[in-house]
Design a protein around this ligand. Structure first.
Ligand code: GLP
Length: 272
């Protein structure tokens, strides 16, 4: 695992977008795993800018989202399908037929989850999976005690998640759906590369547990420690609880692999 600390949330999002853009340029038919949440909005805004400004081409990309609420139709502004259309799909040249989210409206949820896994396999597996982290340590909607080998399935959401996601439901946790379909921890670990992004004070404690704490099903994000190619990109505030942050900074400053990115980051000027 590599932990990259950036000064602020916008720079963390920009670096993440640069890494994704490079993967797309190297493999135009990339199978990209996507995440939702406020943290990702900035990442998608940068990708949309790369498309508009530099012609970053999504036309052959296939995408698989981590999760979707059960019982929220795709046209509802609270669905993750709606979120993805709004923040990314409508802003780049992706073919909508190449975009996939678990079907939370399916009459047979179990069958829908199995089909999702089959579709991922049929595309040759996920090349790069983007991850956020919930305050209870979930990746996707893998709430505490999710098995490390779990596959796409439906999960009951914890109170902490209902509260964290309430803003999309008028601020009322009781209006957040109780269940969601999510890729499993095992599904996520099979992706060839992982990038987990976390920003803000709310994430500092859980990032320290996920990155440096024991691997435990109580913090499903700690499963990233098993992965052979995982980058964790955080801002200073989210990095505050990390014991090794000076070492992580040193790696970013000195590893030749990061040279081109450091150059791009120093030239970066935030828009507005
Ligand atoms: C939701 C998603 C997660 C995401 C999390 C983080 O719960 N299901 O996949 O990681 O939000 O959200 P935010 O970026 O808003 O903190």
């Amino acid at each position: 695992m590599e932990v990259i600390v950036q000064t602020d949330a916008d720079r963390a999002a920009y670096l993440t977008a640069l890494l994704i853009a490079d993967k797309i340029r190297n493999k135009p038919d990339l199978v990209l795993g996507l995440a939702t949440g406020r943290t990702m909005e900035q990442v998608y805004a940068h990708l949309a800018r790369f498309h508009k400004r530099d012609g970053l081409d999504f036309s052959l990309c296939r995408t698989f989202n981590l999760d979707e609420y059960v019982g929220v139709p795709p046209e509802s502004a609270a669905s993750y399908r709606y979120y993805m259309n709004q923040h990314l799909f409508s802003r780049v040249n992706i073919d909508p037929r190449n975009t996939n989210l678990p079907d939370g409206m399916a009459t047979n949820l179990k069958a829908a989850c199995q089909q999702y896994e089959s579709r991922i396999r049929a595309c040759g597996g996920i090349d790069l999976q983007l991850l956020g982290i919930g305050t209870a340590g979930h990746i996707g909607f893998n709430e505490p005690l999710s098995a490390m080998q779990s596959r796409t399935r439906d999960k009951s959401l914890t109170r902490a998640t209902l509260e964290q996601n309430a803003p999309m439901f008028g601020g009322n946790p009781d209006l957040v759906p109780r269940r969601a379909l999510t890729m499993g921890v095992g599904t996520i670990l099979e992706a060839r590369h992982l990038i987990l992004v976390a920003t803000g004070a709310q994430k500092s404690e859980i990032i320290a547990k996920a990155v440096e704490g024991p691997i435990t099903a109580m913090v499903s994000a700690s499963a990233i420690q098993f992965h052979a190619d995982c980058k964790v990109i955080v801002d200073e505030i989210a990095a505050a609880g990390l014991q090794g942050r000076d070492y992580y900074r040193w790696i970013y400053e000195n590893e030749p692999d990061w040279d081109p990115y450091r150059a791009l980051m120093s030239a970066y000027k935030p828009t507005a």
